[in-house]
Design a binder for this molecule. Sequence first.
Ligand SMILES: Nc1nc2c(ncn2[C@@H]2O[C@H](COP(=O)(O)OP(=O)(O)OP(=O)(O)O)[C@@H](O)[C@H]2O)c(=O)[nH]1
Length: 374
Amino acid sequence: MAQLDDEIPQLITHDKRVPLTILTGYLGAGKSTLIKHILTQQHGHRIAVIVNEFGDTADIERRSVSVDDEEQLLELDNGCLCCSIRDAGVAAIAKMMRKKGKFDYIILETTGLADPSGLAQLFWENELFIPDIYLDGVVCVVDARNVLHQLSSDNQCVRQIASADSLIVNKVDLVGSEVLEQVKHALLSINSSAPLHYTTYSTLNLHHVIDLNAYDGQAQTQEQIKTQTQMQSEEVTLSRSTHSHPDSHSHPHPHLHLFGISSIHLQTPPLSTAKYATLDKWLRCVLWESTLPCIEDLVEKNDMEILRTKGVVSVLGDGVHILQGVRDMYELKRVSAGKEGDTDTRAPGKIVFIGKNVDHRLFATSFSRYMESM
Ligand SMILES: Nc1nc2c(ncn2[C@@H]2O[C@H](COP(=O)(O)OP(=O)(O)OP(=O)(O)O)[C@@H](O)[C@H]2O)c(=O)[nH]1
């Protein structure tokens, strides 16, 4: 356990905040293996690892990742970091931030049983607690061999995948190409906006894991989001037709109900500044009030839960704007200036919602009706 003391704060950087990666993934997926890989690579960072484990396995974790300097590891004894974060957890991390300026990056490995979306939300809005830290991204390691079974039986496993900004499909050495295809389709149907990376022993290029800037609009260019979502939605369509009549007796894989969690995309044309304000209002209804306006004739009550929102929108004469959201929090931010004749500002936009009971038809109808009515 790191010795936390009250020395005079000496942050490694004075003008820069320290990035935080939340590392999630089901029990045994390969999170510690990934940390071990990260800590032995050249990445130019001095990384502190925080292990948040159930029970007393943190001791085993410490040994298995073999960190040279023990002070790089901080264990949070309480398995439920989300509940304790506002007091002990934040205090511990804040104190660690003052540790002699020994690190410039934090990886928080969550318990294999946790839903990371609450944590992501907390660190996204954490300026109140630890202003020196910003959330870089949520990375989820998936066990290619066991994930299909886990998805059918554990809600948290689905939520971990839904919250990810980067998905690492590990243990590909243990499965054949057919299973890998099924895994890919299952993951894309839950989260179509996170890129997939296939690994053995969590070995991959570190730019898929750290310095993602997933919550910083600058990293999400229009082209990236467009290519990613277009490519992945084609694959999801393929996956849905492949599994249109699942039957556990005739199929070699289980029917995945995924606890109602999936992702949908809405297309949006370039918006005038007035319509952009309308979009903002519609998002407040959806994300703050959990309501889809203007569809009362179609559905009485909507039992939806949004975990993650991402998007890119062109505003006529005002450049490209990025949408980022975690649960009920969201941010619309301009990332490039627009000018007359700027092709970017005339490109179509796209909004991705990941969550429970997100129905594409209802979202699309609500969106188009609301945008027309205002
Ligand atoms: N065959 C194979 N084994 C792997 C691979 N990656 C990890 N393992 C093994 O899987 C086991 C679990 O890996 P860990 O990295 O400890 O998994 P974890 O996600 O940290 O596990 P928890 O802390 O229990 O949630 C270890 O025995 C690893 O050596 C892989 O790609 N292929």
